[in-house]
Design a binder for this molecule. Structure first.
Ligand code: GAP
Length: 444
């Protein structure tokens, strides 16, 4: 993890938030490469979950909502972790982190035995809307995106004219005042979720839960996370919310252990029923064939953007051996991102920066590829060093404009370039006119 965290900072993937002021625990900023990786992931999720399907539409709800939403959903009452304070070192600990030595509770920080009884600590961030700061103007930053979908269920149903089963997808920020943010971005206080609420008839719930589990596992493979590193955990009844009929966690084998990436949960009709009861507005579905009215059930695949980005980086990180300028083998750090996810798709290099023709041709290629993908032009340093810099940030392809491109050595090679593959380091010649098509076949 240390190597990964340091690479993320050095090459502009992820930085500590407010770093020049000493940071703020559990909050992170994504730099120029991190933001590309994150966007590639969110866009691909949207493509697979919304655009490639007839039965899902999207929405983008507000982060602040009427406090009544959080009362009805149960978050105000129960979205809390039991906490214990250590009176010796003043640490606030999650109750499940307290050490139990033969029935004696001990602080994992200082070993102290003077601990308070567990107390509920709500994880939602409070805020005030408008000029007055009192109970009547209070609400919370949303701790999940899902509730916006439930409260807009009827409106989206009407405007989209969908029939059951159908889903509403959303990607957006969520906030939780986690007691112990840790493992880099894994447990943060501000993060993004990619959630689908898939509404169905009660009798279809269990089948659709398994269907979505399979779909989501396929998704991870399609972004380059190997199946062998994923683990499906069936959440036992005692860990599930009382309304949940079944729940899978998709876990990833992080360097710090097997940890949850996504939950695929069968939430029954709990959320819609709660909001119907609390708001007094009907959230029922009318089945035109059977003329029945009922509250649909829901299956929810809910994934974390930041956790998946972290998994992508962990999965991609590799060290291997590659020859340096003089042919001597050296250790190469390489991020083997799937080309779909890679922040930069192609590096473009004139062999020599002081040759006007090579530079001009390379810039023509930049203009040719730019409408299709994010590319990076680099003319500084030896070509081997330029390749290494791109390997380290996971750029899957490198294009070098050399004297063959100008047709100086062999007229048949005019307007061809060297195309280098990041992982195999193999090079082949490709006609400039075929470059965009060749690269697009791998990155889309
Ligand atoms: N709507 C359901 C829901 O929010 P959850 O299991 O609490 O379920 C879903 O969260 C996903 O959101 C998790 O699987 C994880 O990927 C992500 N997530 C939750 N808390 C997080 C945190 N503190 N930091 C980063 N990601 C988090």
């Amino acid at each position: 993890m240390e190597k990964i965290v340091s690479l993320c900072k050095r090459r502009g993937f992820i930085f500590q938030s407010s770093e020049i002021y000493g940071g703020l625990n559990g909050l992170w900023d994504y730099g120029p490469l991190g933001v590309e990786l994150k966007r590639n992931l969110k866009n691909y999720w949207w493509r697979v979950m919304v655009h490639e399907r007839d039965d899902v539409v999207g929405m983008d709800g507000s982060i602040l909502m009427n406090r009544a939403v959080w009362k009805a959903s149960g978050h105000e009452e129960t979205f809390s972790d039991p906490m214990v304070d250590c009176r010796s070192c003043k640490a606030r600990l999650r109750a499940d982190q307290v050490i139990d030595k033969k029935g004696v509770r001990q602080c994992p920080n200082c070993g102290g035995k003077d601990l308070t009884e567990p107390r509920a600590f709500n994880l939602m961030f409070k805020t005030y809307v408008g000029a007055t700061e009192d109970e009547s103007s209070m609400t919370y930053l949303r701790p999940e995106t899902a509730q916006a979908i439930f409260v807009q269920f009827k409106t989206v149903l009407e405007v989209s004219r969908k029939k059951l089963p159908f889903g509403i997808a959303q990607v957006g920020k969520a906030f939780r005042n986690e007691i112990n943010p840790r493992n880099f971005t894994f447990r943060s206080r501000e993060f993004e979720q990619m959630e689908l609420e898939y509404f169905c008839r009660a009798e279809e719930g269990m089948r659709l839960l398994d269907y979505w589990l399979k779909e989501r596992l396929k998704f991870y493979e399609r972004i380059g996370i190997s199946r062998g590193k994923l683990h499906v955990r069936e959440v036992p009844e005692e860990e599930r919310a009382f309304y949940s009929k079944a729940n899978y966690d998709i876990e990833y084998d992080f360097p710090f252990g097997l940890q949850e990436l996504e939950g695929v949960a069968y939430r029954t009709d709990y959320d819609l029923s709660q909001h119907q009861k609390a708001s007094g507005k009907s959230l029922e579905y009318f089945d035109e064939e059977t003329k029945q009215k009922f509250i649909p059930h829901v299956v929810e695949p809910s994934a974390g953007v930041d956790r998946t980005v972290l998994a992508l980086i962990c999965e991609a990180y590799a060290e291997d051996q590659a020859p340096d300028e003089k042919g001597k083998m050296e250790t190469r750090v390489v991020l083997r991102f799937h080309p779909r996810m890679a922040p930069i798709k192609c590096g473009i290099f004139p062999l020599l920066k002081n040759n006007a023709q090579l530079v001009e041709k390379a810039k023509e290629i930049v203009d040719l590829l730019r409408p299709h993908m994010y590319v990076f032009y680099d003319e500084s340093g030896a070509i081997g060093r330029r390749y290494r810099r791109q390997d380290e940030i996971g750029t899957p392809f490198g294009v070098t404009v050399d004297f063959e491109t100008l047709g100086e050595k062999d007229a048949t090679l005019r307007n061809t370039v060297t195309l280098r593959d990041r992982d195999s380091m193999k090079q082949r010649r490709v006609a400039i006119g075929e470059l965009a098509g060749t690269l697009l076949a791998d990155i889309t």
